[in-house]
Design a protein. Structure first.
Length: 129
């Protein structure tokens, strides 16, 4: 006899056989060829894990005390002496992009909320055309 339903071991909900319960996230997707070649297309991304960039990033966030440099929205929180942007919508942006000759100096980094970052990127793309 085939099973038509089962119970989720995590939350106890009844789940149709062969399906995933809503309480469990989907597994991560496998990397594609494009993901693997991203490091070659965008070599500046390797800088983001270096301690010099992380220090400069913290200084840039501290300069605005966790607020967006454009609109003033709180988009970072201080957690044990380190600024965190996860879940707050904050993104550290380069005032002058690395591909345009910018640097990772704290003076070139700005904390922006997602919407202000998107506007700045759109304006930057429009200038390149």
């Amino acid at each position: 006899m085939s099973r038509t339903r089962s119970f989720c071991p995590h939350c106890g909900c009844v789940v149709p056989a062969g399906q995933r319960c809503r309480c469990r996230p989907r597994p991560k997707r496998k990397p594609t060829k494009g993901d693997l070649a991203r490091g070659q297309r965008e070599p500046w991304r390797s800088e983001y894990s270096r301690s010099e960039y992380q220090r400069a990033r913290q200084e840039a966030i501290d300069r605005t005390k966790g607020r967006c440099s454009d609109c003033g929205t709180v988009c970072a929180r201080l957690d044990g002496g380190r600024w965190r942007t996860a879940g707050m919508g904050g993104e550290v942006d380069h005032a002058r992009a690395l591909r345009e000759g910018g640097t990772n100096d704290p003076g070139n980094l700005e904390l922006r909320c997602k919407s202000c970052h998107a506007k700045a990127d759109a304006a930057r793309r429009a200038r390149r055309r």
